[in-house]
Design a binder for this molecule. Structure first.
Ligand code: FES
Length: 143
């Protein structure tokens, strides 16, 4: 069996929603200290719905494929749904990733969460800080 699914290869070679949103409502930047990869996620929000989403990833192919898929999964969705996006859901949507590449998908989940947190912070929207606890220490992205 090929190491990477067709979907992973497709999203790596033709990533969707690459770029920057100049007037983004939320920007999330996360990195994995171990591999040095960095992901930046931009969201536009209107009436609680993510109307647009773009990303820039300086990282491995799996990081690019997972961030591309993450943008597809949250675009047009209510912000609460984006917050529930797990790296597992991203991996499933890509028909899997090799086990040693799963940490790359964690970066995609965290980038989405960081962008939402930034949106909440900028708009004075109250939230439970527990929701974003993992972003601070980021332990699990070093697994
Ligand atoms: Fe760093 Fe994939 S190896 S995110």
């Amino acid at each position: 069996m090929a190491l990477y699914s067709d979907k992973v290869m497709d999203h790596f070679q033709n990533p969707r929603n690459v770029g920057k949103i100049e007037d983004a409502d939320g920007i999330g930047e996360v990195g994995n200290a171990k591999c040095g990869d960095i992901m930046r996620m931009y969201i536009k929000v209107s009436d609680g719905v993510i109307t647009d989403c773009k990303f820039n990833t300086f990282g491995c192919g799996s990081a690019i494929a997972t961030s591309s898929m993450a943008t597809e999964l949250i675009k047009g969705k209510p912000i609460e749904e984006a917050l529930e996006l797990s790296n597992k859901a991203v991996v499933e949507a890509l028909d899997g990733l090799p086990a040693y590449k799963l940490h790359c998908s964690v970066l995609a989940e965290e980038a989405v969460k960081a962008a939402v947190k930034d949106y909440y912070d900028k708009n004075g929207i109250a939230y439970d800080p527990e929701m974003f606890n993992n972003l601070e220490d980021c332990e699990h992205c070093h697994e």
